[in-house]
Write a protein that binds this ligand. Structure first.
Ligand code: ASP
Ligand code: MG
Length: 403
């Protein structure tokens, strides 16, 4: 009997109707002959609500107590789903992360999984029961309850699928799969029947919001096949797998992202060690730098630009302005109004001309490119935010992704 892990996100279990629908689906999957292991997120926006509540009673919000609070959301969803399963004569048991054997490090609110001792879950499966595990949680090596971070339930599901050697890990959500572009921007965007791990990771890194990148990385490392699909239509979604099992298109998708801002430092002395100082300073502030461009130096000075998450802009500007004085740079400026459009496709590796087509397409739209970065399977351009939608639509069309 094949074991399948089914993970249901917050919108999939948002209210009693949805929980009953999910229970129907689990019952149906069992009738088809699969042994089902379920992972649930907290209902709807409950995690946000619990965090808000914590803020109303405490300024400090100690991590240990926050984790105890937040993980109650998933625990509640697990118990309710089990009750709905019992109504359908499906024997089911809820488990907290700790009961399910998730051992983590001690980093509260953002713990890492160290080990999954899945024997209790496996025993439940072997005795014909459906284990329903609270997502995004575990118990630390200090024996405290830990939360794996926002969107951690995907990681729970993948780790459990790996520990149980499951045939697949199904990530149910409110969209029908991974699309060739954001359908809100490009109405002709299509669901991809399949995508490789490498492509999906590049898409996640370029701003595709789902699934969680950490879960995709875990799945690739441990060889867990993912199936991203809808709990609203229950139709097949997008399979995520190793590349060589699939017919490769040159380009698989366009991702647009508005979450980053750009910082430029002008008149930087062109000497060894300056970039090291700059980026070490930012690393120490925990700023996640993305694209970096340094100009050719002219008369011993150069410009450096980089992008970073909007949320980190204030602290970055303060640190960089301070440092600019120390190193004798001419000035520092920032731009919030930037967007990034990225084209992803494993076929890029062996097909020349992709970059040329990208630049021609943007030129025809009169879009100015501010920064460019590439990997073996991605081309990203930073452009004005106002041009982002137009550029995304044009690139989607230029590479015939709607067909
Ligand atoms: N409920 C948690 C969150 O929203 C965990 C999850 O859904 O994956 O972050
Ligand atoms: Mg969620």
């Amino acid at each position: 009997m094949a074991v399948v892990v089914q993970k249901f996100g917050g919108s999939s279990v948002a209210d009693p109707d949805r929980i009953r629908e999910v229970a129907d689906h689990v019952a149906r999957s069992r009738r088809r002959g699969d042994a089902v292991v379920v992972v649930v997120s907290a209902m709807g926006k409950e995690t946000d609500e619990l965090l808000h509540l914590a803020g109303l009673v405490s300024r400090r919000r100690p991590g240990r107590e926050l984790d105890m609070l937040i993980t109650a959301g998933e625990r509640k969803a697990a118990a309710l789903l089990c009750m709905a399963l019992h109504d359908r004569d499906v024997p089911a048991d809820s488990f907290t992360g700790s009961q399910a054997g998730f051992i983590t490090d001690t980093r509260h609110t953002n713990a890492r999984i160290l080990e999954v001792r899945a024997d209790r879950v496996r025993a439940a499966v072997d005795s014909g029961r459906v284990p329903v595990v609270g997502g995004s949680q575990g118990v630390s090596t200090d024996r405290n309850v830990t939360f794996l971070g926002r969107n951690g339930s995907d990681v729970t599901a993948v780790a459990l699928a790996s520990a149980l050697d499951a045939e697949a890990c199904e990530l149910y959500t409110d969209v029908p799969g991974v699309f060739t572009a954001d359908p809100r921007i490009v109405p002709t965007a299509r669901r991809m029947p399949s995508v490789s791990f490498d492509e999906l990771l590049e898409m996640c890194a370029s701003g595709c919001p789902k699934p969680a990148m950490r879960a995709v990385e875990f799945a690739r490392t441990h060889g867990v096949r993912l199936h991203v699909r809808s709990s609203f239509t229950w139709e097949p979604g997008t399979w995520v797998d190793e590349e060589d099992t699939m017919e490769r298109a040159i380009i698989t998708g366009v991702v647009s992202d508005q979450s980053e801002a750009k910082v430029t430092i002008t008149g930087v002395p062109d000497q060894p060690g300056i970039a090291a100082r700059l980026f070490r300073r930012l690393a120490d502030l925990d700023v996640n730098i993305d694209m970096i461009v340094q100009n050719v130096s002219d008369h011993g000075v150069t410009d450096i630009s980089f992008t970073l998450p909007h949320d980190d802009l204030d602290k970055t500007m303060a640190a960089v302005t301070d440092l600019a004085g120390d190193i004798g740079a001419a000035g520092v400026s920032s731009d919030h109004q930037v967007g990034r459009v990225s084209l992803i496709g494993a076929g890029m590796k062996s097909n020349p001309g992709v970059a040329a087509t990208v630049f021609e397409t943007l030129a025809a739209q009169d879009v100015n490119i501010e920064m460019i970065s590439t990997s073996a399977i991605r081309i990203s351009c930073v452009i004005a935010q106002d041009d982002l939608e137009r550029a995304t639509v044009a690139l989607h069309e230029a590479f015939a992704l709607d067909r």
